[in-house]
Ligand binder design. Structure first.
Ligand code: FMN
Length: 260
């Protein structure tokens, strides 16, 4: 490819190279038409069998925002961003649509979870990209899973609707935008050709080396251990996630869910 064409392609993708999760926002609102365009852009995402198995709950009540921020590990950016959405998997609307025309809805929880999560994630990422293209900053919030069952009740989500993540959108505080994007593992680590290639010790070391910049004082393993090793955040979430799935009628293994 000629140098000009390469530079042109690189420049067209600028929104991706600019991306950083934004956790500090100016107290400025987003004009309603921008909010509407972001949401319309979200709806343009591809969707399995045209079903659109997601809903966004736009949280405008400051007291409710405050509670969600507290339940999500006291994440201040949930309180301070201009717009906050709870991204939900939604097969309730689909059931209603099928039943409305006299059909008997027949979608098990495994299929609902699989396709609903894909649909919702694609729409949410479209929303985030649209926001970034309009000059706003975004931050996804998986922390809502810490009390997902309570959040679902608070938002009066019916059976078939499950909160997946939050999304903060707002005007970034320019003094607190990270100056460098966070690293990623090498491209070769996430792309396989024709068949899955197992990882050698060298491949794994290369991942740690690429990710070193994320924790200049320590190393990436300290983060992975905090979240994903025995006793980490994710292990603690398993029970609450099981409860939320059961409460929302979407648990494929209901016996796993325990009372609080
Ligand atoms: C599903 C998901 C959940 C996340 N949860 C949180 C969160 O609860 N709080 C937060 O500050 N950032 C959260 N993030 C943002 C990640 O920390 C961030 O994307 C990652 O560190 C890479 O940084 P970057 O987005 O700046 O490139 C989440 C991202 C995703 C995709």
């Amino acid at each position: 490819m000629a140098v000009d064409a390469r530079e042109d392609a690189y420049a067209r993708l600028a929104v991706f190279w600019r991306h950083r999760s934004i956790r500090h926002y100016l107290p400025e609102p987003i004009p309603p038409e921008h909010v509407e365009w972001m949401l319309l852009a979200a709806q343009r995402a591809s969707t399995d069998a045209t079903a659109q198995m997601y809903s966004f709950i736009r949280v405008t009540d400051p007291a409710l925002r405050d509670r969600i921020a507290t339940w999500s590990g006291n994440q201040e950016h949930i309180r301070t961003c201009a717009e906050f959405f709870v991204v939900c998997l939604d097969v309730y609307r689909l059931r209603r649509l099928v039943e409305h025309r006299g059909g008997v809805f027949d979608m098990g929880p495994r299929v609902a979870l699989l396709f609903g999560i894909i649909d919702a994630a694609l729409a949410a990422e479209n929303l985030a990209l649209a926001a970034e293209l309009l000059g706003y900053g975004v931050c996804f919030i998986g922390g809502i899973q810490a009390q997902a069952d309570r959040l679902a009740r608070e938002l009066t989500l019916p059976a078939g609707v499950l909160p997946l993540c939050g999304l903060c959108v707002g005007v970034p505080d320019p003094t607190k935008v990270p100056d460098r994007p966070r690293p990623r593992v090498p491209l070769q680590a996430v792309v396989h050709e024709n068949s899955y290639r197992p990882y050698t010790a060298n491949d794994l070391e290369a991942c740690y080396e690429h990710m070193q910049a994320i924790a200049p004082q320590g190393d990436w393993y300290a983060i992975l251990r905090r979240y994903f090793a025995a006793g980490g955040f994710m292990a603690r979430r398993e029970a609450v996630v099981a409860r939320a799935w059961q409460q929302q009628g979407l648990d494929p293994c209901p016996s796993d869910a325990q009372e609080e």
